[in-house]
Design a protein around this ligand. Structure first.
Ligand code: 5GP
Ligand code: SF4
Ligand code: MG
Length: 465
C-alpha cells in the first residue's frame, strides 16, 4: 500500500491526491482521503480504482477542504480473501474523547487476529476485515490523554510491519515500526510538511525531500514544526530488500540510494554471477527494465525492447484472482516479433513468484521465433511468503518453494534460468561485504525464510517456519 499526508498548505487534499497518484504502483484496488477543516470538520472519500479516476473531479475534491489531509492507496495483502469491500478502504477514522483521528497504514500486522479477538471480547465493534483497524480500537482503549500517546500505546501492542500516517484536528503524525520494514519519508512543501511512502510522491507536489522517518520513530507535526519520539525499544533496522528490487518506484530514493541505480547494479551483479552468450538483453517491462540495462552494460550484449508493454494495464500480480492473472500477461505484454526472430535472447525480470509470467513470456518469445531463451532474475528464488505487506501467495503456490533452480528451468522449459544470489543482491544495494549471516541488514524473509518478526497469526493457522 501507499500512504501520504500533508499539513499546512491550502487544499491539502489535492496535494494528497497527487501524492497518491505518484504512489499508485503501491496499490491499485482502491484509495481514500480524509481531510480536516475547522468549519467542515473531518471529511472523507473512499473509492475503488485509480486515484486519477476518483480524486480529480471538483465534485469529490471540494468535499475535502482544509489544510490537513491524509490518504491511502490499497492493495490487499490478506492473501486469497477475494476483492476488497469499500469498508476496508483506508484511512480509518476514530472519534475519541479528545477529538477525532484518522490513520492510514502500510504493512501487515502479524498478530492482528489475536488482537482482534481480544478487542472484540472487550467490546470493540469492528467495521472492516482489515488488520489495520486494530490500531484504532487499541487507541480507543488507551488511557493516555492525547492522541499521539494513544497511538504509541496502540502500536506498542502491534507486531509486524507498519508505516503509519495519521492526523488529528491539528497534527500530522508519522510512525515506522521498530524494524522499519516499510518506507516513510518526510518532505517540506512551502510552509507545510508532507509524509509519504516514497520520495517520488514528494517530487510530484514540488516538495523538498527532508529525510526518512527512522525505524521506530514517531514524528508529530504541527504548525510549530516537527517533533520526534522513539516510543519503542530500539532495534537494528530490517528494511524490506524487495522494495529495492521491485516494490518502490525507480525514481525514488531509499536509504540514500537511487532505486534505479540499485536495480542497475543488480543487473550488473547478475551478469557477473551468471553470464551467458546471447544476442540481446531484453527486460520484462517495466519491473525488469533497470536490471536489464545493468546486465547489458556489464556484459556488453545489446539492450533491446523485445517485449512491449501496453501502458494502459496495471500490474498483473496485483490482480487478486488466478484467472485474471493468467490472462493478464497477454493483455499487458506482447513480443516485438521483428526484433526477436532467430535471436538468442536473455530475458531479465525482477522476480519469479508463481512462474505464471515467465511461463507465458517464454511461450510468446518462442512463438515469435527466438533461437534461445535465457532467464535472468533480479532477486533470489521467492521460496517463502511475505507477511509484512507484499502479497505473495501461500507457500505451496510459490514455484521456488517446491523446486530447485534446475527443476524450475525444466518446468519453464527455457535454455537457462539463473537468479541473483542473496549476497549478490546485498552487494547491489550497497553492502560491499554481502549479507551478515548473524544480523542481516535487511528483511529478506521471502528469499531466506528468516522472518525478523515471528508471524504469530500465520503460525496459529498452521504456517511452518
Ligand atoms: P509470477 O508470474 O511468477 O507469479 O510473478 C512474477 C511477476 O510478478 C514479476 O514480473 C513481478 O514483476 C510481478 N510482481 C508484481 N507484484 C509482485 C509482488 O508483490 N511480489 C513479487 N514477488 N512479484 C510481483
Ligand atoms: Fe520484503 Fe520479502 Fe521481507 Fe516481505 S518478506 S518485507 S517482501 S523482504
Ligand atoms: Mg514484472
Amino acid at each position: 500500500c501507499g500512504v501520504f499526508g500533508v499539513i499546512g498548505v491550502a487544499d491539502a487534499a489535492t496535494f494528497v491526491a497527487l501524492g497518491l497518484h505518484a504512489l499508485q504502483h503501491r496499490g491499485q484496488e482502491a484509495g481514500g482521503i480524509v481531510s480536516y477543516d475547522p468549519e467542515a470538520g473531518f471529511q472523507s472519500a473512499r473509492r475503488f480504482g485509480y486515484v486519477r479516476d476518483n480524486f480529480t473531479s471538483q465534485d469529490v475534491m471540494q468535499t475535502l477542504p482544509g489544510e490537513l489531509a491524509i490518504g491511502h492507496v490499497r492493495y490487499s495483502t490478506s492473501g486469497d480473501k477475494g476483492p476488497t469491500a469499500i469498508r476496508d478502504v483506508q484511512p480509518f477514522f476514530g472519534e475519541f474523547a479528545m477529538g477525532g483521528a484518522a490513520i492510514a497504514h502500510n504493512g501487515n500486522i502479524t498478530n492482528a487476529n489475536a488482537l482482534r479477538r481480544e478487542l472484540i471480547e472487550h467490546g470493540s465493534i469492528f467495521q472492516s476485515s482489515s488488520d489495520s483497524e486494530c490500531i484504532i480500537h487499541l487507541m480507543a482503549r488507551s488511557l493516555q490523554r492525547n492522541i499521539p500517546e494513544r497511538m504509541e500505546d496502540a502500536l506498542r501492542r502491534v507486531e509486524g510491519a507498519f508505516s503509519v500516517v495519521a492526523m488529528t484536528r491539528t497534527k500530522l503524525i508519522g510512525v515506522r515500526d521498530p524494524l522499519g520494514v516499510r518506507p516513510l519519508v518526510l518532505g517540506r512543501v512551502g510552509d507545510g510538511w508532507a509524509l509519504s511512502s516514497e520520495t517520488c510522491a514528494l517530487d510530484i507536489i514540488g516538495a523538498e525531500f527532508v529525510r526518512e522517518i527512522e525505524p521506530g520513530e514517531m514524528v508529530v507535526i504541527t504548525e510549530k514544526g516537527v517533533e520526534s519520539h522513539f516510543p519503542f525499544r530500539r532495534m537494528a533496522s530490517r528494511f524490506c530488500i524487495f522494495e529495492h528490487v521491485y516494490f518502490s518506484r525507480p525514481d525514488s530514493i531509499l536509504g540514500g540510494r537511487s532505486v534505479y541505480e540499485t536495480r542497475e547494479n543488480i543487473g550488473r551483479e547478475l551478469a557477473k554471477e551468471s553470464p551467458v552468450d546471447a544476442d540481446l538483453v531484453c527486460p520484462v517491462p517495466d519491473s525488469g527494465t533497470p536490471a536489464a540495462i545493468g546486465f547489458s552494460l556489464e556484459s556488453g550484449i545489446p539492450y533491446a525492447m523485445g517485449i512491449i508493454r501496453n501502458q494502459y494495464m496495471g500490474r498483473t500480480f496485483i490482480e487478486p484472482t488466478e484467472q485474471i492473472r493468467n490472462m493478464g500477461v497477454r493483455l499487458k505484454l506482447n513480443v516485438n516479433r521483428a526484433l526477436i526472430k532467430g535471436k538468442r535472447v536473455i530475458l531479465v525480470d525482477d522476480s519469479v513468484v508463481r512462474g505464471t509470467t515467465s511461463r507465458k513470456i517464454k511461450e510468446m518469445i518462442l512463438d515469435a521465433g527466438a533461437a534461445e531463451v535465457h532467464f535472468r532474475i533480479a532477486s533470489p528464488p521467492t521460496a517463502w511468503p511475505c507477511f509484512y505487506g507484499v502479497d505473495t501467495p501461500q507457500r505451496e503456490k510459490l514455484l521456488a518453494a517446491t523446486m530447485s533452480e534446475e527443476e524450475m528451468r525444466d518446468h519453464l522449459q527455457v535454455d537457462s534460468l539463473k537468479f541473483i544470489s542473496l549476497d549478490g543482491l546485498y552487494r547491489a544495494v550497497g553492502e560491499a561485504e554481502g549479507r551478515k549471516a548473524d544480523c542481516p541488514q535487511y528483511c529478506d524473509a521471502c528469499f531466506s525464510g528468516e522472518y525478523p518478526v515471528t508471524p504469530a497469526d500465520q503460525i496459529k493457522e498452521g504456517f511452518q517456519m
